[in-house]
Ligand binder design. Sequence first.
Ligand code: HEM
Length: 325
Amino acid sequence: MSTVAAFALALGLIFVNLTGHCDGALQVGFYRGKCGLLDVESIVRAVVTVKFLKDRTIAPALIRMQFHDCFVNGCDASILLDGNSTEKTAGPNLSVRGYEVIDAVKDAVEKFCPGVVSCADIIAIATRDVVYLSGGGKYSVETGRRDGFVSLAKNVKLPGPTITVSQSIAVFAEKGLDATDMVYLLGGHTIGVAHCNLFQARLYNYKNTGKPDPSMDLSLLETLKKMCPQNSTGFNTVNLDQNPKSASIVDNSFHKQIKMHRGVLQIDQDLALDSLTKATVDKVANGFDFSTKFGRAMVKMGAIQVLTGKQGEIRKSCRAVNRRF
Ligand code: HEM
């Protein structure tokens, strides 16, 4: 390469890098060099690991939190804001957990480098870390999000467990995610639990037939009936991944289970039955690269309607917007 060409290439690279910063796109390693000599992602990982070792269920809690944050107003930590009518008070969010984990991470990063790390990025990094700690792969997380100002319960329009596959595809498409992304992302149900009231109709009165869902594996039906007796409060919980050996491991076991008619939620089971998603479910269940693909889908979900650059703010507390004078 001639000196001129090399110079032009170098200039080009600098320009790309500069524009990368100016247009505020998300990037891997956004916090590199922004917290003195400290590595922000290592601080997050240290706090999350301590919390995880005390309570492994923070893993499903944070994965679900990221989904519920990103699908309402984008990934802007709006789910974290406290208040009378904020997102966290909306029905589907009442069982979202893990807020104290985010608080603990925020306290730690604020101690080392105040006003630098957004709550929206903390959700993304912490979620990546719990996926890894739960046996999923370690994907590179993109960062550079800023925190939003708006959080309203009335904006929470998350899909419910009886949504049809085609409706769900439409909801994901609105967020820029395709049906394949959706099949991988619903693989989030490879860990964590569901309350009985969210699928009880499948056990006793499927679509008002007075009978169970005929598509459900009979031994699963018996197990779930024991866990969720008819006319009970519906507050009991059962694992979303019904392979006991894998119920808290991030892997493709959920897809294998739904292929065997052992999905707990209606939508989970339907993924394996509907012609729109069946082939992808088969591919995931038979594949060896779930971790990589799930990670990729999580990164894609993490980029929904993000605030970057000068938009939004870096909150001091993840539970409140900064005071503006
Ligand atoms: C059509 C889309 C989806 C529907 C209808 C749905 C529905 C549900 C429901 C009904 C529960 C049980 C909640 C409870 O009993 O309190 C649940 C739990 C969960 N969901 Fe989803 N979900 C969807 C997509 C996703 C996505 C995309 C992810 C993550 C990538 C995810 C991750 C989780 C996790 C990890 C749990 C367990 C939470 C825990 O144990 O605390 N879900 N979901």
